[in-house]
Design a protein around this ligand. Structure first.
Ligand SMILES: [Zn+2]
Ligand SMILES: [Zn+2]
Length: 145
């Protein structure tokens, strides 16, 4: 028999892998509790944090909230402070450029974990221009949301 904890963790992982939305613990709870009505928010929190500590998922904080990501490949994030969406940014060059040009005294940069904060092109005012692209999906590599 599969242990209850294992099932809970499996469902959490399943949901995380099915989405590119970088959900908060609350959002994960809202989804997973549809399948496991008895699961509690604190159980979801505990599982997410353990999984992040074990390196199975990514955890990062932006907008005063922790977000979780099943994609642990090397990538960065773009956060829209208006709609609160988090998009993936698969661009090694930006990271390399920053790492190489960051002049931090007495410190050797070995990796970066960047979150660019701003407004996505759905959220900027009409008179502002955001590069010449059509949608955030296009802008950030076409595999988001
Ligand atoms: Zn936005
Ligand atoms: Zn991501």
């Amino acid at each position: 028999m599969i242990k209850r904890n294992t099932v809970q963790k499996m469902k959490i992982m399943e949901y995380l892998m099915s989405t590119k939305s970088h959900p908060t613990a609350e959002a994960v709870y809202a989804e997973v509790s549809k399948e496991i009505p008895t699961i509690s928010l604190s159980t979801v929190y505990r599982n997410l944090n353990t999984m992040a500590e074990d390196g199975e998922i990514l955890k990062f904080e932006v907008g005063n909230e922790a977000h979780f990501d099943a994609d642990i490949s090397f990538h960065h994030h773009v956060y829209c402070k208006v709609c609160k969406n988090v998009f993936d940014l698969h661009d090694r060059e930006i990271a390399n450029y920053i790492a190489e040009n960051a002049n931090i005294p007495n410190f050797k940069v070995e990796s970066t974990n960047l979150i660019f904060v701003g407004r996505c092109c759905d959220c900027v005012a009409p008179e502002e221009t955001v590069q010449s692209v059509q949608s955030p999906a296009e802008m950030y590599g076409g595999l988001n949301y």
